[in-house]
Design a binder for this molecule. Structure first.
Ligand code: LLP
Length: 413
């Protein structure tokens, strides 16, 4: 459910016509609906009912300060993967004490900053990383609270680029090694075991891999508790998929039922790390048509947004819906919608049936709130888009469009 709706033939975000935003701010521009963000957060949280749980929004999905501030205001914590993300969380007023830190390559500086900030949990991904964390803890005279991220060797049945829970993946500690590693950690003075963690992949559209992975991980949690490890948190990761085209991912209720059934009787406080499910369908990318071009083979439509603004189609062959901001009538033709970037993969929408777009017309790439702006780059020396937050009838720019001078900030010719 989202708050992007047609009113009198014009696509709106909540009460605001998207054409008004495009005309005022220009394109390409990301637009987010705060009602949708709020709704998604609440629906996921309410699905877990009275079971103690903390939603740690996965910052990588969209790290824009206004979004972090909104989730923080709803009581959310954060899942981070770098010192930069920690700094963003704090800049947005987020609570380090509700923040968990994952990633296979945390540097000692990042660990120190996170420990000094008082984060809730380090999700440790290897034995060597645990030793490094122990050293940092001892140096700072603190015991760093940690969970091992275990790799349950379950196929998430998603795109291979965003699957993380197989034995061949770089993520997590091999499941079979976890018990020995917790035992070793007991003797370390700079760390203290506080939880157990897993995450098997992103854009999961089936409940069964989640159930299989969490059943294994919950079993390990009970075993570790029986061995008197003082665990309190079971972090079930993120990954709940959304509908881009015709996927039918589990509803938040089904997701919660799956998680709760697999983890019942652990007595653990659950940590959830949703990213895409909270922000994906709460954002769109506005773009303007520049040119049409017909070749013997194809009808191309060139727009002013490119793969540097939204890389998902180029990187994962991902599908994003495409809607004109002003509804059009007529016969649909099959078009390839491409950006200005000098790469053959800069195709944002392939073989789409559209009433042939006219130069100057405005369109929206749908479901672009997750891994859109956070993966945007300056490739081809293109300034990154502006971002706008809508709230009811009101809207505001939450990030200015990058200026040309920003392109060489810090450089010396
Ligand atoms: N927790 C961990 C440890 C993760 O690695 C991720 C995502 C999440 C939570 C959040 O997953 P989500 O709920 O958003 O599925 N750029 C790709 C997705 C990469 C996901 C990386 N990890 C894309 O655009 O599809």
């Amino acid at each position: 459910m989202n708050h992007f709706n047609w009113r009198k033939g014009v696509l709106h975000a909540e009460g605001v016509p998207l054409t008004a935003i495009a005309d005022a701010v220009g394109t390409p521009t990301y637009v987010y609906s705060s009602a949708t963000l709020t709704r998604h957060f609440r629906v996921v949280s309410e699905a877990f009912g009275d079971t103690p749980h903390l939603i740690c929004y996965s910052v990588k999905a969209n790290s824009t300060l206004a979004i972090l501030r909104l989730f923080s205001g709803l009581g959310g914590g954060f899942d981070i993967v770098s010192g930069g993300e920690l700094a963003r969380v704090r800049q947005a007023g987020g609570d380090a004490g509700k923040t968990v830190f994952a990633g296979v390559g945390k540097t000692q500086e990042e660990m120190e900053a996170a420990l000094a900030a008082g984060i809730l949990l380090f999700n440790v991904e290897s034995a060597e990383e645990l030793e490094a964390l122990d050293a940092v803890g001892r140096r700072l005279g603190r015991r760093a609270p940690f969970a091992l991220r275990v790799n349950p060797d379950v196929d998430a049945r998603t795109h291979r680029y965003i699957s993380t829970g197989l034995k061949t993946s770089k993520f997590g500690v091999p499941f079979e090694e976890a018990v020995a590693l917790y035992a070793r950690a007991k003797k370390m003075k700079g760390v203290r075991a506080a939880g157990l963690d897993c995450h098997i992949g992103s854009q999961l559209t089936q409940a069964s891999p989640m159930r299989d992975a969490l059943t294994k991980v919950a079993g390990l949690y009970r075993e570790l508790k029986a061995q008197k490890h003082p665990l309190a948190y079971l972090d079930v990761g993120g990954g709940l998929g959304i509908t881009y085209a015709d996927e039918t991912p589990p509803s938040p209720e089904e997701y919660a039922r799956t998680v709760l059934a697999a983890t019942k009787d652990t007595g653990a406080q659950l940590i959830l790390e949703p990213g895409r499910a909270l922000v994906g369908n709460a954002g769109v990318l506005l773009t303007r048509v520049l040119y049409r071009k017909k070749t013997p083979e194809k009808q191309f439509v060139v727009v002013d947004a490119g793969m540097n603004d939204l890389i998902r189609p180029a990187l994962y062959e991902a599908h994003h819906g495409l809607q004109p901001l002003v509804k059009r009538r007529g016969k649909a033709v099959e078009v390839d919608v491409v950006g200005p970037v000098c790469e053959s993969t800069d195709v944002l929408a392939k073989a789409r049936p559209l009433v042939l777009p006219q130069p100057g017309e405005l369109y929206a790439f749908m479901s672009a709130g997750a891994y859109g702006m956070s993966m945007a780059s300056n490739y081809n020396s293109r300034p990154r888009p502006a971002e706008v937050m809508v709230d009811g009838e009101a809207w505001r720019v939450v990030r200015e469009r990058e200026r040309i001078e920003d392109l060489w900030r810090g450089e010396r010719a």
